[in-house]
Write a protein that binds this ligand. Structure first.
Ligand code: GLU
Length: 296
């Protein structure tokens, strides 16, 4: 892939500090790191600490330390979303001014009849009522070419509806923050888990509304637990070991369909060899698969 990517490649890993790094998030980190290094570009880390109630104290620092123990260090200072509320508000103001964002006090219960999606016009809430801000989504199909999956298409209004930009508790929504920050950090390609595949069309649409560039996208297969659920930080997933990173790195490479560099005795040598051999076409398609039996 080196041919069409220059050192202007900028990738990122964007964990939410809702728990420690686990094998599933190591796979996403490694996928984005390998892709950036193989392209001769930069790799950034952004802490997506938008939702204080869901945060675990100290998790952000432990995630960064665990990434470093596995040989992955960001090339630039880490950006924390908790510091960027004024940027998200500025983007929201732009969308309000253009009539795209609207205040909405619809409850979850009210949206039950439409499978939780907001599509109908709703009354403007009284100024004193706590309300969210939503984006009014048009009848539009958004398509993009994922680097592994190929063409992906979504009918925004039918499949997503008017989505939340700022919650009624005043917290900014992931969809708005991620679009603002990927542009602010000059990300040229977003590499992340396939659980976010169906968020990508609405992010592309939002980029267009805000006059921001659209990066390329590569969605990675997800590591699922024995019940077929995403291995989340909230599930009791096996912790990684800072003092013994090689087994997890090897398992993550195998999970990503990359050759296991058997003769590399340390993290740096293992990663160097993995970068040299990295092939995006070998990554399994993001269909449900299980954790490799013999990982971490
Ligand atoms: N913060 C998200 C997560 O931890 C990832 C967002 C992204 O990569 O766009 O699942």
């Amino acid at each position: 892939m080196r041919e069409d990517m220059s050192s202007s490649y900028r990738g990122r890993f964007a964990p939410s500090p809702t728990g420690d790094l686990h094998f599933g998030s190591l796979v996403a980190a490694l996928g984005s790191w390998l892709r950036a290094r193989a392209a001769g570009g930069s790799w950034l880390v952004r802490i997506e600490d938008l939702d204080p109630p869901r945060e675990v104290a100290g998790a952000a620092d432990r995630i960064l330390a665990m990434l470093a123990a596995h040989g992955m260090r960001p090339d630039e200072p880490v950006l924390c979303q908790s510091q960027r509320a004024s940027r998200y508000d500025a983007a929201l103001e732009q969308l309000i001014a253009r009539g795209i964002a609207f205040p909405c006090a619809c409850s979850r219960r009210q949206l039950e009849a439409s499978s939780g999606l907001h599509r109908a016009a709703c009354p403007r809430p009284e100024a004193t009522v706590a309300h969210a801000w939503r984006a009014r989504v048009p009848e539009l199909a958004v398509e993009f070419d994922d680097a592994r999956i190929g063409r992906y298409r979504q009918e925004l209004r039918r499949e997503v509806g008017d989505f939340v930009l700022k919650r009624n508790d005043g917290l900014h929504a992931y969809q708005l923050a991620v679009v603002v920050d990927d542009a602010a950090q000059g990300i040229s390609e977003v590499v992340r888990g396939a659980d976010l595949l169906d968020s990508t069309p609405r992010q592309i649409w939002l980029q267009r509304q805000l006059g921001l560039p659209t990066p390329r996208y590569l969605h990675l297969p997800l590591v699922l637990d024995e019940h077929g659920r995403k291995l989340g930080k909230s599930l009791a997933s096996q912790p990684l070991r800072a003092d013994d990173p090689l087994p997890a790195l090897r398992a993550a490479l195998r999970f990503l369909g990359q050759p296991d560099p058997t003769h590399c005795g340390d993290v740096t040598a293992l990663l160097q060899s993995a970068v040299a051999k990295f092939s995006v076409d070998s990554i399994p398609l993001p269909i449900p698969s299980r954790m490799p039996e013999d990982n971490v």
